[in-house]
Each structure stands twice: as C-alpha cells, then as structure tokens.
Design a binder for this molecule. Structure first.
Ligand code: FMN
Length: 210
C-alpha cells in the first residue's frame, strides 16, 4: 500500500471502531440537545443520493412536549393492537431479546423525535403531480446517513416504526403525498438502560468478493 492508501486504511479502521459502537437505545435522559446540532445532521441527511435527484424526504423535528405526548398516545394505541392482534409467533420470538412491549416512554423522554416522511410524489407550481423515482430507497439511504451523523456527533438514537404510522400525518399536519417512514428518538442514553446482547453477522457472512 502507498502512503495515501495507508492513511485511508487508518481512517477506515477508526471509523469502523466508532460506527460499530452504535446501538439502539430505548430509554433516554430528558437533557436537552441544541437544535443547531440536529440541523447539521439533517443537512447531512439532505445531501444523500436520491433517484433522479428528487430528494423525496421531509424531516419533522419534534420537541414540543404536547406533540410528543400525542405521538406517544397514538403510537401506544397502535402498539396495543399490534401486540394483541397482529403479531405473529415468529415475530414475538424475534422481539423477545429486545424486551420491547406496547409501552413507549422514550417517545416522551427523548428531547427530540425526528419524524421522517417519504414524499411518494411531488407537486409542481401548477399543482400537477411530479413522479419521484425510488423514493423509499432514497429516504432509506438518507436516514442511514442521518443515523450515522447523529452517532458520530455523540448522540443516541432509536429507530422506531409503529404499525400503522399514518397517524403521524394527522398529528404533524403533513400532506397526503408524504408517507411516514420512520421515527428517530434522539438524545442522551439513560445510563441505567442495558442494551440487549445481540450478535452481528461476521464480515464473511455479509460480504461476497467477486
Ligand atoms: C427500519 C427499522 C425499524 C425499527 N423499528 C423498531 C421499533 O419499532 N421498535 C424498536 O424497539 N426498535 C426498532 N428498531 C431497532 C432494531 O430493533 C435494532 O436496530 C436491532 O435490534 C439491532 O440493534 P442495534 O440497533 O442496537 O444494533 C428498528 C430498526 C430499523 C432499522
């Protein structure tokens, strides 16, 4: 390897060390996080690649306690139905190690909820529908970049997906072309929260060299 490659290798190694420490946190301290930090992270998410550069994403940053309470109430309503009626046996088994249940206190604890919406289509200045290409893939990449930016900044995150999530349009007054994609609860981790003991697949299991 030449000097440039060695420098890049060291960078990749140290980034790997930092990034593999990311864990989903399900309990947060109420300590506030300055908006300016989140704005930088959202700008990073907004620089993600997107199908035909349509940038089909909206990030709603929620810090108002009344709105967080409303989101928690509506999410827990959906969760109670999910755990009582919809969950399959296999799904229940898969969730066991995560110790999740219908109660979602983190929705009120975390100083911020970032509610991400996928714009399934856009509208031009005359109100005509504009096609969006690969909106779900584009938003997924953007959320990945957002999670990475938040983690590197030193914040903790829980990606959260109540099913169904369409109540978010009503609570956050989003138009019908926007489909709720994910909620990221963001803040500082509760030091008493123990992350579940999970195994990550090895490199040889996830990587194929051709
Ligand atoms: C698309 C997506 C949806 C998720 N939804 C939930 C959720 O609804 N509730 C939850 O507690 N965790 C949720 N998670 C977090 C996963 O459970 C977590 O990422 C996984 O168990 C691996 O743990 P780690 O993030 O600590 O590595 C979600 C993650 C992703 C990527």
């Amino acid at each position: 390897m030449n000097d440039k490659e060695l420098t890049m290798l060291r960078q990749a190694e140290s980034l790997r060390k930092l990034m593999i420490q990311r864990r989903s946190v399900r309990s947060f301290l109420p300590d506030p996080v300055p908006l300016e930090i989140l704005e930088h992270c959202i700008a990073i998410a907004g620089s993600a690649p997107s199908g035909a550069n349509m940038q089909p994403w909206t990030f709603v940053l929620v810090r108002d306690p009344k709105v967080k309470t409303e989101i928690r109430l509506r999410a827990e309503m959906a969760e109670r139905k999910f755990y009582a009626e919809k969950i399959t046996l296999e799904w229940r088994e898969r969730l066991k190690p995560l110790h999740t249940g219908p109660e979602k206190a983190f929705l009120e604890q975390a100083p911020w909820l970032i509610c991400v919406f996928e714009q399934r289509y856009g509208t031009d200045s005359s109100g005509k529908k504009v096609h969006h290409f690969y909106p779900a893939e584009s938003v997924g990449i953007s959320v990945g970049m957002l999670i990475s930016a938040l983690h590197q900044t030193g914040l903790s995150i829980l990606p959260y997906t109540p099913a169904p999530m369409d109540f978010l349009n009503e609570v956050l007054f989003r138009p019908k072309n926007e489909k709720p994609f994910i909620i990221l609860a963001v803040g500082y981790p509760d030091p008493d929260y123990k992350v579940p003991d999970l195994q990550r697949k090895s490199l040889s299991e996830i990587m194929v060299l051709v």
